[in-house]
Design a protein around this ligand. Sequence first.
Ligand code: GDP
Length: 301
Amino acid sequence: KEGLTKTRDTLRDKLAFVSRGKTEVDDEFLEELENILVAADVGVETTLDIVDAVTVRSKGKTYRSEEELNEMVMGEIRNLLVESGHEHPVDFDAPLSAKPYVIMIVGVNGAGKTTTVAKLAHNYDKAGKKVVIAAADTFRAAAYEQLKIWADRAGVPIIGQGQGADPASVVFDSVSSAVSKGTDVVLVDTAGRLHNKSHLMEELAKIMRVAKKKIPEAPHEVLLVLDGTTGQNAVQQAREFTKFVNVTGLVMTKLDGTSKGGIVLSISRELNLPVKYIGVGEKIDDLQLFDRKSFVEALLE
Ligand code: GDP
C-alpha cells in the first residue's frame, strides 16, 4: 500500500485543482480532466468513458460549491475504474477446483516470474496446501539453482532435470508426482526467453499439451507476469503470449517502486484480463491478492 502513496496524492490533488473556483463543467474542465487521467495512466478508453460520464452527469447543472463538483467527478471516476474490470479475488486458503491444481507462470525474463512462483508457493504453503514447483525453465543458465533457493525459502519441494532438459518432460514428471503424492498445487515456472520468440511460444504450447496428457483440464490457470514499471511495453509483450497460450490472469509486479498504479487498470482493460495478484516488493511476503475496489480507493484516497 505504501508504494501507492505518490499516485494517491498527485491524482487527488490534481483532480481537486481542476474544480477550483468552479461550479460548472465546461470544455476547459473536461480537457484538464482528460489530461490528468491520461497522465495517471488509467488508459485512453477508460479516460474517455470517465469524461463522457462527467459530461452527461453535469449537463445543464450548476453545483453549489467546488467541493460538490469535485465529489461528483471523483464518484464517476471511482465507479468507472471499479467497473472496468472483472476480478474475483480468491484467497489462498479457499478450496481449489481440482487436485492437483496446476498453475503455469509465463512472462519474459526480468518481469518477476521466479519471484512470483516463490511468493505463490509461500502463500499456498502458508494456507496449508501441499505445493510442488516444476522448474520448466531449462534454458536460462542457473534458472534451476535460483528457483531452488526460493523453493527452500518457501519450504516446498522442487522438481527439475537440469539445464537443456525437455521442459515438457519436467512438467509431466511434476504433475505425475503430484498425482501420486496427493499434492494440492503444482506451480510451473517457464522460460522467458529461448533462441527466438516462436520457439518459446511453441515450447509453452507443448508444455500445456503435455500437462493435459496427465490431467485434461490442466493447466487450470495460466498467469502472465508483467513488470508494472514498463507500461505500454508490457501490453506488447502480453499480446505475444495471449496469441499462443490461454492466459487466465495477470500478475503485475514491482508496484512498490512506481507512482503509476493506474497502469494496472489500463493494461487489464486493454487485454481484457483480470489482475489476480500484484507484486509489491522483492521478498517472499510481498504479494497481494488484487482487490480492484480497494486498489481504486487507494489510487484516489
Ligand atoms: P524473472 O526473470 O521473470 O524470473 O524475474 P525475477 O523473479 O528473477 O525478478 C527480476 C528482478 O525483479 C529481481 O531483482 C526481483 O527481485 C525483482 N522483483 C520481482 N518482483 C518484484 C516486485 O514486486 N517488486 C520489486 N521491487 N522487485 C521485484
